[in-house]
Write a protein that binds this ligand. Structure first.
Ligand code: ATP
Ligand code: MG
Length: 243
């Protein structure tokens, strides 16, 4: 059995909250309102996973599935510079794909599994920013909720299988029920993530992100079965997520 690796978020406080970083063979979910740093955290992880294991990385390449069209290579360049890494080399290690519907999103995960078996050990991280966006547009009708949850369940099972088979960390972002940017909503509870029981059960670690003062943000462990609901403060900076 392979050893679990932990990938730094860029913030020591946030790393501490989740036990040292986001873990391989596991699914970490971050949800919160707009501008809480979900995409900036995704960008930061693209860089930190490439660092040596002794420095909080996984010495690996990363695959990113973008469903919201918010990936910015320039952000990766700035974050790489913060860590004294070659920006272009960092970009070369990011396998990027845009998904336009949930079928494609599912197919991309299957394609990644094939890629990982061709290059064993090269990839230790998959990021999906966000997991839910296309589900909200593909299944926007009231009567489609059951079908949506079924497909989401298929996707999460496939992700967990890839995580365990290839010793990969899965980092997904999610939206809040009340966020109107995600399409129609059924329940107006601003404190709840989208995805219901399916995501609640599939995600190993769930982080609820909220705004603080200025560039400060607060992450709270959400619904953890075995850890206290502690909080950590982090900052969004030019160099990515930091303390
Ligand atoms: P959404 O739900 O809309 O996807 P999000 O949680 O993904 O939101 P991000 O896009 O990660 O939010 O974070 C946006 C925040 O990051 C904004 O407050 C913005 O000011 C800050 N930010 C973006 N780029 C930089 C930068 N280069 N330097 C400092 N802060 C930045
Ligand atoms: Mg975002």
């Amino acid at each position: 059995r392979q050893a679990v690796l932990k990938i730094s978020t860029g913030s020591k406080e946030l790393d501490k909250l989740i036990g040292g970083g986001i873990q391989t063979m596991s699914i970490t979910e971050a949800f919160g309102e707009f501008r809480t740093g979900k995409t900036q955290l995704s960008h930061t992880l693209c860089v930190t996973c490439q660092m040596p294991v002794e420095e909080g990385g996984a010495n690996s390449k990363v695959a990113l599935i973008d469903t919201e069209n918010t990936f910015r290579p320039d952000r990766l360049r700035a974050i790489a510079t913060r860590f004294n890494m070659d920006p272009e080399e960092v970009l070369n290690n990011v396998l990027y794909a845009k998904a336009f519907n949930t079928d494609q999103q599912l197919d991309l995960i299957t394609a990644l599994a094939a890629k990982f078996s061709e290059e064993p050990g090269a990839y230790r991280l998959i990021i999906i920013d966000s997991i839910i966006n296309l589900f909200r547009t593909d299944f926007s009708g009231r009567g489609e909720l059951g079908e949506r949850q079924q497909k989401l369940n298929t996707m999460m099972s496939r992700l967990m299988k890839v995580a365990e088979e290839f010793n990969v960390a899965i980092f997904i972002t999610n939206q809040m029920m009340s966020d109107p940017s995600g399409g129609l909503t059924f329940v107006a509870d601003p404190k709840k993530p989208v995805g219901g029981h399916v995501l609640a059960h599939a995600s190993t670690t769930r982080l609820y992100l909220r705004k603080g003062r200025d560039n400060q943000r607060v992450a709270k462990l959400y619904d953890s079965p075995d850890m206290p609901e502690a909080e950590a403060t982090y900052a969004i900076t030019e160099g990515g997520i930091d303390d």
